[in-house]
Ligand binder design. Structure first.
Ligand code: FE2
Ligand code: FE2
Length: 244
């Protein structure tokens, strides 16, 4: 693993798993798409928005040919993670490309206008190229159809908005102060303390070496438990408390 990654390039965060995100030192919503190599095929996770598309596509192309991508996983319907799928599917140009998401999220992601069929999460784990991806539904954190993806072999949790953060003073890897950075994002976007605490107790039963969220920073094993403990304390629903 590189110690001082060049953020202008794809960064391999684990064996065959690449961060292909957009490094913007002033962005409040820093997005982290990931590319996973699985034998002949590849999986793209939360590919991102239209403004970030040229950078993400360049980084993907530096790792694999577009037509190796067999699945695009989108963890919920938000435009910051899913709105560039129509342009990606044109580049991928593969008739068996499938978009993996929940039924609830698919009702909204259909409005992005891509043509590829869905492979619904409700069907069970995704097996591709000898790798297995398990899905954990995380309803209302923050969308009703939200879920996360767990790569049990590499012990990586692709956590979508959970464990995300606003991106001031961003670094690819979380440091000791990461709970402070997560707090504002989760208090604003997660609706309820009880939901978040219950989800943290579920994640504690996972064996996690790396958390790869869609915003903020990647969390290495030594910081996983302290971040779980921090999110158990977030109140959530901040906009309800703050309205006049
Ligand atoms: Fe979101
Ligand atoms: Fe997000």
């Amino acid at each position: 693993m590189k110690q001082n990654p060049d953020y202008d390039k794809a960064v391999e965060i684990a064996d065959g798993v690449f961060w292909v995100g957009f490094y913007d030192p002033v962005a409040h919503f820093h997005c982290n798409p990931y590319l996973i190599l699985t034998g002949e095929d590849a999986v793209l996770i939360d590919p991102g928005s239209n403004p970030h598309f040229p950078t993400v596509a360049r980084k993907v192309a530096s790792v694999v040919k577009f037509d190796r991508i067999r699945y695009i996983i989108i963890h919920h319907q938000d435009p910051d993670l899913a709105s560039n799928i129509p342009v990606f599917e044109k580049l991928i140009n593969r008739p068996d490309l499938e978009v993996v998401t929940t039924f609830r999220a698919s009702l909204l992601t259909s409005y992005y206008g891509f043509k590829s069929p869905y492979r619904l999460v409700e069907k069970g784990p995704l097996e591709v190229g000898g790798r297995k991806f398990d899905f954990e539904l995380t309803p209302y954190l923050h969308a009703p159809g939200a879920f996360t993806t767990y790569d049990g072999e590499r012990k990586i949790l692709f956590s979508s908005d959970i464990f995300g953060a606003f991106s001031r003073n961003w670094d690819l890897y979380a440091a000791e102060n990461y709970p402070e950075l997560m707090f504002e994002f989760h208090d604003s976007y997660m609706p309820d303390h009880g939901l978040l605490k219950n989800q943290m107790e579920r994640f504690e039963r996972f064996n996690i070496d790396l958390i790869a969220p869609q915003h903020g920073s990647v969390i290495r094993k030594e910081l996983v438990q302290s971040q779980i403990d921090a999110l158990k304390k977030v109140q959530g629903g901040g906009y309800l408390r703050n309205r006049q």
